[in-house]
Design a protein around this ligand. Structure first.
Ligand code: MTE
Length: 305
């Protein structure tokens, strides 16, 4: 089929109808019952089997202490500056080694995915941690529908490049656009999600609206925000932090208390919101998600850090 040359591709063109929970139908249902449409669309979602039962951080914590260098390097900068980003309409290009490459409207993707609320304990590399009730869907769902071609080994992700709305892109702190990558088996793991919301609402801009990656067993910087491109490839893709400082940031970046960052220990973390007397807690390997250990059988994770 000639999908390759179409730019107006709808996700439904490559997805069997009626199989998946349809967010648009849910919204239409709400309208039919006379419910006013809220300013931020509410997202109906079920808890995922992978959710932790740890108490989530407050919305205030999750949305006021962020890393998003396109909006400044301070932890308060994203909340102050990310409002300038236009997130509707949004298109995600899916290309490379897939059967159905194209430019997909986010609404069309969302109309056809299984949305499950997941609560993930999420630890950032600067040594704090938080528990976020993400709303998202498995990246594997999207990749399967894109049609992974034989020989694909990695998935590359890109954030948008839009210096007129992203003031941080005027400074060469990183080689923009922000880039990340996963090995295909990591990308297909059910814990790897694309998040489109948190706490029952669409993602706030500072958290990576309208769609961002969440890989809970890896340091926070792997979880790339505001994704506009997903590419299947047979080569390990370049990633922003590894390009910036390969000695400090490896491709894998699995949470690992046994491997120190060259400039600090990674053995403990500070749970955000615990207060200044809350203290630090020991960090667990793979952030406690032991089920991913098998992905790295036979690898020395001090070498493949
Ligand atoms: N994605 C983009 N595009 N730009 C960034 O600067 N920062 C990363 C990651 N994704 C970043 C990004 C880092 S260092 C972390 S710790 C997490 O986003 C923070 O996610 P949060 O602000 O939602 O907690």
């Amino acid at each position: 089929m000639g999908y390759r040359f179409r730019t107006d591709l709808k996700w439904s063109d490559v997805t069997p109808k009626g199989v998946f929970l349809n967010r648009r139908q849910l919204m239409a249902g709400a309208a039919a019952f006379g419910l006013a449409r809220p300013a931020m669309a509410k997202i109906a979602a079920q808890p995922s089997a992978y959710s932790t039962d740890e108490v989530p951080n407050t919305l205030e914590d999750i949305t006021s202490y962020n890393n998003y260098y396109e909006f400044g390097t301070g932890k308060e900068d994203p909340a102050a500056n990310a409002g300038s980003l236009t997130v509707k309409p949004w298109t995600v290009k899916i290309d490379g080694m897939v059967d159905n490459p194209g430019d997909y409207g986010l609404e069309d993707i969302l109309a056809n995915v299984t949305l499950e609320e997941r609560i993930y304990r999420f630890r950032c590399v600067e040594a704090w941690s938080m528990v976020v009730p993400w709303i998202g869907f498995q990246l594997s769902d999207l990749l399967a529908r894109a049609g992974i071609r034989a020989g694909a080994k990695y998935v590359a992700f890109e954030t948008l490049m839009r210096p007129e709305e992203m003031p941080g892109q005027a400074y060469p702190i990183l080689d923009w656009p922000y880039r990340e990558g996963l090995r295909l088996d990591e990308a297909m793991h059910p814990l790897t999600i694309l998040a489109t919301g948190l706490y029952g609402e669409e993602l706030p801009n500072q958290n990576g609206a309208p769609i961002r990656l969440v890989v809970p067993w890896k340091y926070g910087f792997k979880s790339i925000k505001s994704i506009v491109r997903i590419t299947l490839t047979d080569k390990q893709p370049p990633t922003s932090w590894n390009m910036q400082n390969p000695r400090e940031y490896g491709f894998y970046s699995n949470v690992n208390p046994e491997v120190d960052h060259p400039r600090w220990s990674q053995a403990s973390e500070r749970p955000l919101g615990a207060g200044i007397f809350g203290g630090r807690v020991p960090t667990r390997k793979f952030n406690g998600y032991d089920e991913v250990a098998g992905l790295y059988a036979g690898q020395d994770l001090a070498v493949d850090f």
